[in-house]
Design a protein around this ligand. Structure first.
Ligand code: GAP
Length: 395
């Protein structure tokens, strides 16, 4: 949505020297210890004691560096000269392509290059559903700035990114910013802040915003022998830009959305008036897979209801359902997080109006058919996250 950010979609396998220059071949490692007796392998920096978790009498090796990059071979021969790597982050090709992209997009520093795509890491302990996996999706942006301006842009992007998560409808008390200590900074960063969410398994990183300085462009310049400096027309000077990088995980964002939205409430059913359990996903209309459910009260009203659903399709993510009691249909949409459901009933033909039911409050409004689209847009814009009322995972 910004004038000063352009996109790219790069290859997953790049020249191995790219990963040498970036520091990943030498530094992208976890310290591992092996147990000589049970053959177990453990992350040395995540162990509570110096003993094998399978038994104190077991003997552990000294920590060894284990590289997290997936290796492959390019071409017909599998030898050291044909080794290549699947990208462990999407950002390096944005540095490598910096100059071409800047030239063809005619952007001036400060500007950003952004990319969404798969990244691969041979994680030793993939766990917590899709929180840590070996194949995952990243959204990254490299924002190139004039040296000296970097701290200002770093603070700007930290705030922007924090606000972005809040804008997804996440409960604000479950989000926080955590600056990195000097001892935990990645090899390329001089400053970093994580956006964290309080998952049921504790506070965890969703995204890191890093001040990478001129590290990457300088490294690629050196290893490729190509000039990656920028000429500032106004100041008539050459410089290698510094970089601020917001780096986010799509999978972690999705897991957060599911965990944060899930709730189990005790309610009185709208139709039967009996007390029952309601599973509800309080998803924001921005991210809800279905934004509007459309139901005919009876199958006899299928035709006008389908006509309405088709008319709304170009503006909203819609779903048509005519099977089962209306209360069951509401409940199914509550479970998948549909914020609004429209019911076409026997009065619709005469009063040219339908009922719009709100997922979170279960209140219903009668709305004229020709106003449905406008009212839905207003309701979506005004939507606010209510606190969980029941026993949701993250309650
Ligand atoms: N270019 C910088 C970079 O890659 P990172 O902190 O290693 O930084 C950025 O990764 C984001 O990618 C993390 O905040 C996280 O959301 C996501 N991520 C990293 N490793 C992951 C994994 N194994 N599974 C799922 N997401 C992962």
């Amino acid at each position: 949505m910004r004038d000063d950010v352009v996109g790219q979609d790069s290859s997953i396998i790049s020249h191995p020297t790219v990963w040498k220059a970036s520091g990943h071949v030498d530094h992208f490692t976890d310290p591992m210890v092996d147990c000589k007796k049970c053959k177990g392998r453990w992350r040395a920096d995540q162990m509570d004691s110096k003993e094998c978790p399978h038994g104190g009498s077991h003997e552990l090796t000294e920590p060894q560096k284990f590289n997290l990059m997936f290796r492959t071979f390019v071409g017909a021969v599998e030898d050291a000269a044909s080794v290549a790597y699947l990208r462990p982050e999407t950002c390096q090709p944005m540095f490598v392509n910096f100059k071409q992209i800047q030239l063809v997009s005619r952007q001036k520093v400060p500007f950003g290059i952004a990319q969404i795509g798969k990244a691969f890491r041979n994680e030793v302990n993939p766990r917590n559903f899709i929180f840590r996996s070996r194949e995952f999706e990243q959204m990254e942006m490299e924002f190139f700035v004039k040296p000296g301006d970097a701290k200002k842009w770093f603070d700007f992007w930290v705030q922007q990114r924090f606000d972005w998560y809040k804008g997804l409808g996440i409960r604000p008390d479950k989000l926080r910013l955590r600056p990195h200590g000097k001892d935990e900074l990645a090899h390329y960063a001089s400053m970093a802040v994580d956006v964290e969410y309080e998952f049921p398994f504790g506070w965890q990183e969703l995204e890191g915003i890093a001040h990478r300085g001129a590290f990457d462009l300088t490294q690629h310049q050196q290893f490729s022998g190509k000039d990656l400096s920028y000429f500032d027309d106004a100041a008539k000077e050459h410089f290698v830009p510094e970089v601020i990088e917001p780096s986010a995980g799509v999978d972690r964002t999705l897991l957060m959305l599911l965990v944060d939205a899930y709730d189990v409430e005790q309610i009185v059913d709208e139709e039967s008036k009996k007390s029952e359990e309601r599973v509800i996903m309080h998803l924001s209309p921005i991210v809800a897979p279905i934004q509007v459910g459309v139901f005919p009260l009876s199958k006899k009203l299928g035709e006008p209801a389908q006509k309405l659903e088709k008319a709304l399709r170009s503006e909203f993510r819609t779903f048509y359902d005519e099977s089962g009691a209306i209360g069951r249909r509401y409940r199914r949409q509550d479970e998948v997080g549909t914020p609004f459901c429209i019911t076409v009933d026997f009065q619709t033909e005469t009063d040219r109006a339908v009922t719009i039911r709100d997922r979170d409050t279960m209140s219903q409004d009668r709305v004229a058919l020709d106003q449905v689209s406008r009212v839905l847009k207003e309701k979506m814009a005004a939507w606010q996250r209510l606190p969980n009322k029941g026993t949701g995972l993250a309650a």
